[in-house]
Design a protein around this ligand. Structure first.
Ligand SMILES: Cc1ncc(COP(=O)(O)O)c(C=O)c1O
Length: 476
């Protein structure tokens, strides 16, 4: 190779040198964060300052400082005081699968560009289908995130339940889906992408515990039908994002069956509870669904981004993007599992199946049982402390590892309490010891914790509450 820069770029020796140094830094990071030895989960910087830093670094920064600066300037999901958004602290072994996927860069659209990962994906999705309780007619795929997987499932639902060939010919009659008002916003987004419009999103009210109010299903369906909307699918959240409340999947399954509409389960967060002996009852009825989404990068200990989309009927997995009208699908046709690109939005995707496989192979599905059960148990313990402390109020009893609560001050009205809780959260963000998030529920501002980290204990959560009280006093 004549070109010296390209030669340097691909130099194995150069890579080894940089790689060994980074491995040491990452190992130290894992050790310092998981043990809580580093004092902060994040070192807050304003967007303007951060932008300036990276502009300057490009010109003046030292190459060897690049990875350490990245580590310093990001939020540490491995820290036990990370109780924020729903992303995992990835199991270290999955850093190696991520790296191998990046090295090989087999895009998987066709079999010969990913022989092993195509087969591995089939094995992994088969395990998840079994766990859901689907029979051997089921199948699945992996795709880049819950948002994309939910959209894929709803496209598949439309193709299955609307007799016209919308894929090829378009459609101008009103169609709709039913979903609880608490569902993740990506369901609304999927509906809008599909051209259903606002009126095509039939919102089911929630109960006081923020799960779908099943008693409203019939009335909502009838109201939509009277407006001329043909409902073709219903989505159950398992659980919803803001509060972690599971919808009653059995009731939704019965309703979907009665109306002959598609039943989709958005289990992006808590579908993983199929692996928990103690909590799988929350998903009772999931086996009657037509499709299920489970994110690997949320409650399955994997890095961003890998999502499983499972179908009860394996032919549905491959008809979503097919040019053929649904009525031309032949149940006798063998499933075409080897050409991944036909079934997914992506043409090229990462070899994301390796994360799932390596965890199943090296640790077994028991690791998910242990993890999900531990995190959901911890939420129950945290609830006990919150309920016993008059300084706090819970939004609802947790059904998963997501808890919303607020700091109380009897001298303040509702608006001032909202402001106070928003300021507490901003203070905590800038302080950086803990990382938690916030949400508004029926106009009330809550602090929100997702107990994602397997090293978080009740002592960390008690310390969090003490810190909130301290911070609240400084704000008054
Ligand atoms: C219930 C639910 N569905 C879907 C999503 C979107 O998933 P992703 O971030 O993988 O696109 C989320 C994300 O938080 C979620 O909580």
């Amino acid at each position: 190779m004549g070109n010296s820069l390209l030669k340097k770029l691909y130099s194995p020796e150069e890579f080894k040198k940089q790689g060994e140094k980074l491995l040491t830094e990452i190992t130290t990071h894992i050790s310092k964060t998981t043990t809580g030895k580093s004092s902060k989960t994040l070192t807050w910087n304003t967007p303007d300052k951060e932008l300036l830093f990276w502009k300057t670094f490009l010109k003046e920064g030292k190459e060897e400082d690049f990875f350490p600066e990245i580590l310093k300037r990001t939020t540490h999901t491995h820290h036990p005081k990370y109780v924020g958004h729903q992303v995992s602290a990835p199991a270290p072994i999955t850093l190696l699968t991520a790296m191998t996927s990046a090295l090989l860069n087999n895009g998987m659209a066709v079999y010969e560009m990913g022989m092993a990962p195509s087969a591995i994906e089939k094995v992994v999705t088969g395990i998840i289908c079994d766990k859901i309780g689907y029979d051997d007619q089921s199948s699945g795929l992996l795709t880049s995130g819950g948002t994309l997987a939910n959209l894929t499932a709803l496209l598949s639902a439309r193709k299955a339940k609307i007799p016209q060939d919308i894929w090829n010919e378009g459609y101008n009659k009103p169609l709709g889906i039913m979903v609880c008002e608490q569902a993740h916003y990506c369901i609304d987004r999927a509906a809008k992408i599909m051209g259903l419009g606002e009126k095509g999103i039939v919102k089911i009210p929630s109960k006081t515990n923020f799960s779908m109010d099943i008693s409203q299903l019939e009335v909502s369906y009838q109201a939509a039908t009277e407006k001329g909307i043909k409902v073709f699918a219903i989505v159950g959240s398992a659980p919803s994002t803001a509060t972690g409340a599971y919808d009653d999947l059995n009731a939704i399954a019965n309703f979907a069956n009665e109306k002959d509409i598609w039943f989709h389960v958005d289990g992006a967060h808590g579908g993983a509870a199929i692996f928990s002996d103690k909590y799988k009852h929350l998903l009772s009825g999931i086996e009657k669904s037509d499709s299920v989404v489970i994110d690997g990068h949320k409650m399955m200990l994997m890095p961003t981004i890998t999502t499983a989309l499972l179908f009860r009927n394996k032919l549905r997995a491959q008809h979503t993007f097919s040019q053929k009208a649904d009525y031309l699908l032949n149940d006798e046709v063998e499933e075409d599992w080897i050409n991944s690109g036909k079934k997914t939005f992506e043409c090229t995707k990462t070899m994301m199946c390796m994360h799932w496989y390596i965890l199943f192979k090296f640790y077994g599905e028991k690791v998910f049982n242990e993890y999900v059960t531990r995190q959901y148990d911890l939420a129950k313990d945290f609830e006990e402390i919150l309920v016993a402390d008059p300084n706090f109020e819970l939004a609802a009893s947790p059904m998963s590892n997501i808890l919303c609560f607020r700091y109380l001050d009897s001298s303040k009205n509702d608006k001032d309490l909202n402001d106070l809780n928003a300021r507490i959260r901003q203070n905590l963000l800038e302080d950086g010891e803990f990382y938690l998030v916030q949400t508004r529920l029926s106009g009330v501002h809550y602090l929100r914790t997702s107990l994602m980290n397997p090293f978080t204990t009740i002592h960390h959560l008690t310390a969090l509450l003490s810190k909130i009280k301290e911070v609240a006093l400084t704000i008054k």
